[in-house]
Design a binder for this molecule. Structure first.
Ligand code: NAD
Ligand code: LMR
Length: 331
């Protein structure tokens, strides 16, 4: 059995963590042979609740769980970690956009960037879940200059999973038979869920999703807006933001980053290198493949005029958010 790796989950007393911790500790993320030592960070007033979570983890009797460290101190939490799930942040409520959380949450990611910079492993893989996730990831990276930019990512996997599930339902196939749907841009209502390169397996043969659906209008309108507004729809129904599906998506993202994707595409928010004419130096979601722990943007895709407009719109929002966030961080 391998030596345990240290994995931190922030917001560990919150609702996403409540689902995520079991997945990480049971082997669903780092594999069935990889023990984990869990560092659990939350704020001081939540330490009592966190103690209950620690009790429940113990009561799960999980063979891969090598130890648990609950703490309210970021430098203790991030010490020597190989993987960081940055979940801890305020969630939005009904009627809010995710960027309305920026002034409340972005400072958390400035502070945590500084702490990661000081004490984390330099090869730590960081997934930002707390909203607005793309811009928080960018700020975290800016305040952790000793850690490569490539190690900071934001979660758009929930949007990808939502998109894949919508397409599978429309096609009447199991979700596993749909692949290569893309989420471009921001984890916000300007994101562009793009089915134009998606593939479905029907009767053992692969087929283009747009051809199989044969309804361009659906793919350009209902499909796009359903995925863009899904987070808000869950909040309207649950009166709380998505948690079960968010935790599953965080597990999917980190698992694929550590263990690889093969030739399957997944969407990750990464620091943009300007691919596809997108703005550089914002955290933009692209289709990527992963091997040996390194992600690579899928290149050479055709961008239609319709897609171009959508890619530009979400890019513009990210540039604006970045400026707002940098202003907040100056204070
Ligand atoms: P929650 O309120 O249930 O839990 C958040 C936890 O974070 C709380 O326990 C809180 O005390 C803690 N926290 C606050 N400040 C902290 C800090 N500085 N350090 C450590 N912990 C801190 O919220 P939740 O439902 O778990 O959601 C967490 C975040 O994830 C929200 O911002 C939400 O909008 C976001 N989210 C993102 C996605 C995505 O797809 N990217 C999906 C769902 C939710
Ligand atoms: C989601 O997409 O469900 C989360 O980002 C929560 C939200 O605020 O929509």
């Amino acid at each position: 059995m391998a030596a345990p790796i240290k994995v931190v989950v922030t917001g560990a007393a919150g609702q996403i963590a409540y689902s995520l911790l079991y997945q990480v500790a049971s082997g669903a993320v780092f594999g069935p042979e990889q023990p984990v030592y869990l560092h659990l960070l939350d704020i001081a007033p939540m330490m009592g609740v966190l103690e209950g979570v620690v009790m429940e983890l113990a009561d799960c009797a999980l063979p891969l769980l090598a130890g648990v460290l609950p703490t309210a101190n970021p430098e203790e939490a991030f010490k020597d970690v190989s993987a960081a799930f940055l979940v801890g942040a305020m969630p939005r409520r009904e009627g809010m956009e995710r960027k309305d959380l920026l002034s409340a949450n972005v400072r958390i990611f400035k502070e945590q960037g500084q702490a990661l910079d000081k004490v984390a492993r330099k090869d730590v893989k960081i997934l930002v879940v707390g909203n607005p996730a793309n811009t928080n990831a960018l700020i975290c990276s800016k305040y952790a200059p000793s850690i490569p930019k490539e190690n900071f990512t934001a979660m758009t996997r929930l949007d990808q999973n939502r998109a894949q599930s919508q397409l599978a339902a429309k096609l009447g196939v199991p979700v596993k038979d749909v692949k290569n749907v893309i989420i471009w841009g921001n984890h916000s209502s300007t994101q562009f869920p793009d089915a134009s390169n998606a593939i479905v397996t029907i009767g053992g043969a692969e087929k283009s999703v747009p051809k199989a659906i044969n309804d361009d209008e659906f793919l350009k309108t209902t499909f796009v807006s359903t995925v863009q507004k899904r987070g808000a729809a869950v909040i309207a129904a649950r009166k709380m933001s998505s948690a079960l599906s968010a935790a599953k998506a965080a597990s999917d993202h980190m698992r694929d980053w550590f263990l690889g994707t093969g030739d399957r595409w997944v969407s990750m928010g990464v620091v943009s290198d300007g691919s596809y004419g997108t703005p550089r130096d914002v955290v933009y979601s692209f289709p990527v493949t992963v091997s040996n722990g390194k992600w690579k943007i899928v290149q050479g895709l055709t961008i239609s005029d319709f897609a171009r407009e959508k890619l530009d719109l979400t890019g513009k929002e990210l540039v604006e958010e970045k400026q707002d966030a940098l202003d907040v961080c100056k204070d």
